[in-house]
Design a protein around this ligand. Structure first.
Ligand code: ZN
Length: 293
């Protein structure tokens, strides 16, 4: 049934949408860069312009960055190959031509050479396959997380330290803004053509966040950024016998490649489904380790 490997994009085999709720258990700071010269806040939090006001929010790009770096960390700690921040596209394809993977991929995509695109993508690490690189789009997309109610922020005064002398700089107090603990944000993770073990890796990352091993935003070492993430709903469609069927109508999500396994799925039982995803992840991780000997 699989005509193209999942990491190439021409056929949509499945799409899953995970609705998530993020609760910040500690102060949360996602910076907007420097404040305006007229603002009393030197380091404001990032806000979004909505019809009802300009509340702080968590940009999808920020979520994606955290998920990607955590995925790198998990994969590498298991002894599986993972590049740093998409560096696969910088690898040299041809020593004589001095052409890099990313450039070659761009060219092949322009030419519509699907066979060669797949051959080249198969050389990329798992993280680049899942999260994309400069030349091809991600299989995982994170929507901006908007607050479900009003958001209150507070200010913390910091002292700028001279990096060389280690002493406080004269007149160097600055104001840092942060979101107070206890606010809820809603977002969606959209996973297109992600194999069951990739969904499992996502579920493992959610555990890392919930255990406080991974935090969101800045000032993490100063007690900021612990969150609780809850999957509220799993929806989606999967390709079966040439038509797309809703996840609620299938009992099984088939393996998408030779390292993947079939899993039982029941969107009404979110915890059970996340467990099945994780089973696929650990099966994949163990197989990869065996392959490496
Ligand atoms: Zn890579």
């Amino acid at each position: 049934m699989i005509e193209y490997p999942w990491y190439s994009h021409p056929i949509l085999y499945r799409v899953l949408v995970l609705s998530i709720k993020i609760l910040n258990k500690e102060p949360l700071r996602i910076g907007a860069g420097r404040g305006s010269p007229l603002s009393p806040i030197d380091l404001p939090v990032i806000t979004i312009r909505l019809p009802e006001g300009n509340p702080p929010y968590i940009p999808g790009s920020s979520l994606k960055g955290t998920f990607r770096s955590t995925a790198e960390y998990i994969v590498r700690s298991l002894g599986i190959n993972a590049c740093q921040a998409g560096a696969c596209s910088l690898m040299l394809w041809d020593e004589r031509e001095r052409i890099r993977y990313g450039e070659r991929l761009n060219r092949l995509l322009r030419e519509g050479n699907e066979k060669e695109v797949i051959e080249l993508l198969s050389r990329y690490c798992l993280i680049c396959k899942l999260f994309g690189s400069s030349s091809f789009s991600s299989h995982l997309n994170f929507e901006d997380a908007y607050p479900t109610g009003g958001v209150s922020t507070s200010m913390k005064t910091g002292i700028a330290i001279n990096r060389r002398s280690g002493a406080a700089q004269r007149g160097a107090l600055y104001q840092v803004e942060f979101v107070n603990p206890g606010h809820e944000f809603k977002s969606k993770i959209v996973a297109k053509n992600v194999p069951n073990y990739g969904l499992g890796l996502l579920a493992v990352i959610l555990d890392y966040l919930n255990e406080g091993i991974i935090k969101l935003g800045g000032f993490k070492s100063r007690g900021f950024g612990k969150v609780k993430v809850e999957v509220k709903e799993i929806k989606g469609k999967t390709l079966k016998d040439n038509s797309y069927i809703s996840l609620s109508e299938v009992k099984k999500l088939p393996a998408l490649d030779e390292y993947d396994i079939d899993i039982e799925i029941n969107p009404d039982d979110i915890d059970g489904t996340l467990k099945e995803f994780k089973k696929a992840w650990w099966t994949y991780a163990n197989r990869q380790r065996t392959v490496r000997g």
